[in-house]
Design a protein. Structure first.
Length: 123
């Protein structure tokens, strides 16, 4: 008989978030390779920081082949994006930002998908 123990992280990862804007903390950065062609993928882990979906982890990635897709993420982290000026992407770790989550799908299963970013609104 198989016996498993779920962590709170496992449970949080399985939650489907209602579409909308959420406060996020960027918690991790890694560089991976695409399985299709070996190109670089810049991968961020984020967590929702408040509300009913607090601590739900989310993944966001940018391909080296489509860097423009990451402009609003990097700018939300407080770094200006300028053509020809290099950025250290790992400096986004620890930043508080807002992200828009929509419902996506992976292998026929619904998932949370980060699609847009902005700086945290100060009220």
């Amino acid at each position: 008989m198989a016996r498993v123990t779920f962590t709170q992280e496992d449970i949080n990862r399985s939650k489907l978030v209602a579409p909308g804007w959420y406060p996020l903390k960027v918690t991790k950065f890694s560089e991976e390779q695409a399985g299709t062609d070996g190109s670089a993928l810049y991968v961020y882990e984020c967590k929702i920081t408040s509300g009913p979906f607090k601590d739900v982890p989310l993944r966001y990635q940018v391909s080296e082949k489509a860097m423009g897709m990451g402009v609003d993420f990097v700018e939300a982290c407080g770094f200006p994006v300028q053509a020809g000026v290099p950025l250290e992407l790992e400096k986004c770790v620890g930043k508080d930002i807002e992200g828009f989550i929509q419902r996506g799908e992976y292998n026929g299963r619904p998932q949370n998908q980060l699609v847009q970013f902005r700086k945290v609104k100060i009220v």
